[in-house]
Design a protein around this ligand. Structure first.
Ligand code: ADP
Ligand SMILES: O=P(O)(O)O[C@H]1O[C@H](CO)[C@@H](O[C@H]2O[C@H](CO)[C@@H](O)[C@H](O)[C@H]2O)[C@H](O)[C@H]1O
Length: 476
């Protein structure tokens, strides 16, 4: 196998197999972009990664699989006959290619020349492409700016996003699976329903894979919310303002977030209503709710192996999950599935919610399964708990002379204030009170999310493991 390609995948921030033993067991060229200039070929490869060991554990929502499992990753590559100095930072390697001869290979997403081919293909879908069938779809109602230059986003992402000028944003899905991509399906439905809470979908790219007789959704093109502010950043700024004025209450400080939290609650309720109208709403009977409780208990069992510090909270958590068994049944529908403040963008025209892919580590079938709306509500509420704790942990904004316990008091006040504003607005928009059954469900989803976070932090940000543990300690 191609060692350069394997090394490059291993280092990529979107590669989800880090920390496991794996190897590149195959690459398949599934499509070539038409109309490349002389000296350049641009192709999409599917790389098959095979794991040689099971994951070290199997905890809380992390479906890393077992030995022998494979994942497919999408690699758009630019093949140049001559080296490209301007693309040195995006170099994959240099080798003899069966079709293209001796080539200098670069990550195509960094290359403005290569990305222009994608944009043109969306604007005027080619009838066929060399190898495989790359099927470019465009929704009516938006003329793409074909002069726009591409810029690759640099954030920590599980996929790769490329902005085209100020006009459009293309998200290239990295780990791909045959079948419907929920991000595309949900954006399409919400765009066509006229929702004001998502970035409008402009188009998407399917691979009609003749070898396996399946369709794989490769990329999504949507409205670029260029001037939007990230909800997480806004929340942190609000907390810092509060900490800098330790004598004042959250509602007395400039930058109070409660109005935004309420608008977020309304936006989420509107999105849930649109999703309920356009995707199936199902009833889960008491037995199915028992299965939900059992799944949460199972995730806790697995999490205890990874985070032994969860042990003192296990009995209380089991009681919270067990109380689900007293419910007669619940309604489920299409939801976001992985909602937190980092998935929200504040624009001049209100809040937008992004990334409807669900938890990327979960298998596709699970991500498409209807779930309770309270999963999304719980996700946001956990974010309101995280924000002040993160500011405190990272030493943010404590006024000289202020006591840490005063700051902790303020932190709890900030979380409670925004949780209440969000929840009140959410239930008001749905036209219902938070009844006993909903409250029980919300508590269970909150507990399930904290358990998930303990594992997530242990694996990814051990310095932050105190955040979910402290939340559990205070709830005890
Ligand atoms: N339409 C958009 N306009 C501007 N920024 C966006 C848009 N959609 C997402 N983003 C930002 O791009 C980043 C990655 O988006 P996301 O959909 O969460 O990708 P991933 O699936 O890789 O996690 C986030 O910081 C998000 O705020
Ligand atoms: O954005 P992703 O879909 O990859 O979600 C994962 O990473 C999130 C962190 O970026 C993580 O969220 C947790 O930390 C957030 C602050 O960084 C906080 O706002 C969330 O409430 C908290 O759950 C998320 O759990 C994980 O799935």
């Amino acid at each position: 196998m191609n060692d350069a390609l394997q090394d490059w995948i291993a280092e990529a921030r979107w590669f989800g197999g880090k920390g496991r033993d794996w190897s590149l067991t195959g690459t398949r060229r599934v499509g070539e972009l038409p109309d490349a200039p002389e000296g350049l070929r641009v192709a999409i490869e599917l790389a098959e990664v095979t794991y040689s060991s099971p994951p070290s554990d199997d905890a809380a929502g992390d479906d890393a699989g077992s030995a022998g499992d494979t994942d497919l990753y999408q690699l758009p590559l630019a093949y140049y006959s001559e080296p490209q100095e301007r693309l040195e930072h995006a170099q994959v390697g240099e080798w003899d290619d069966e079709d293209f001869g001796h080539v200098h290979v670069y990550d195509a997403l960094h290359d403005k020349q290569a990305m222009a081919l994608w944009l043109r293909a969306f604007a005027a879908p080619p009838t066929s492409t060399a190898r495989g069938v790359l099927d470019f779809h465009s929704l009516p109602g938006h003329d793409l700016d074909l002069e726009a230059h591409s810029t690759l986003f640099s954030g920590e992402q599980s996929n790769s996003s490329v902005a085209f000028g100020e006009d459009a944003l293309m998200k290239v899905f990295r780990k791909v699976t045959p079948g419907v991509n929920p991000d595309i399906a949900i954006h399409q439905v919400l765009t066509e329903a006229g929702s004001t809470h998502v970035a409008a979908l402009y188009g998407w790219l399917d691979l009609v894979d003749e070898e396996t007789n399946t369709t794989i959704q490769l990329a999504m093109l949507q409205q670029f919310l260029r001037t939007a502010s990230d909800g997480w950043d806004l929340a942190l700024a609000s907390v810092r303002n509060l900490f800098a004025e330790a004598d004042l209450h959250a509602d007395e400080v400039g930058g109070d977030f409660a109005g935004e939290a309420a608008r977020l609650g309304t936006a989420l309720a509107e999105v849930h209503a649109d999703l309920a109208q356009h995707f199936p709403v199902e009833h889960r009977d008491a037995a199915a709710v028992g299965d939900l409780a059992a799944a949460m208990e199972g995730r806790l069992d697995a999490a205890l192996d990874v985070v032994p510090d969860l042990a003192p909270f296990a009995t209380g958590l089991r009681e919270t999950f067990g109380r689900l068994r007293e419910l007669d049944g619940i309604e489920v529908q299409q939801v976001h599935g992985d909602l937190h403040l980092g998935q929200t963008l504040r624009t001049a025209r209100g809040w937008k919610i992004v990334d409807f892919e669900g938890e990327p580590a979960k298998p596709l079938a699970e991500r498409l399964r209807p779930d309770s709306v309270w999963r999304d509500v719980a996700g946001m509420i956990r974010s309101f708990d995280y924000a002040p704790r993160v500011v405190a942990l990272t030493g943010g904004g404590l006024e000289p002379g202020a006591e840490a316990d005063q700051r902790d008091y303020r932190a709890a006040e900030w979380s409670a204030r925004n949780r209440a504003a969000f929840l009140d607005a959410y239930t008001a928009e749905r036209g219902e009170e938070l009844g006993a059954a909903a409250s029980r469900l919300l508590d269970a989803y909150l507990a399930d999310k904290v358990v998930y976070e303990a594992v997530y932090e242990a694996r990814n940000r051990p310095g932050w493991i105190s955040i979910p543990l402290a939340a559990l300690g205070e709830a005890k």
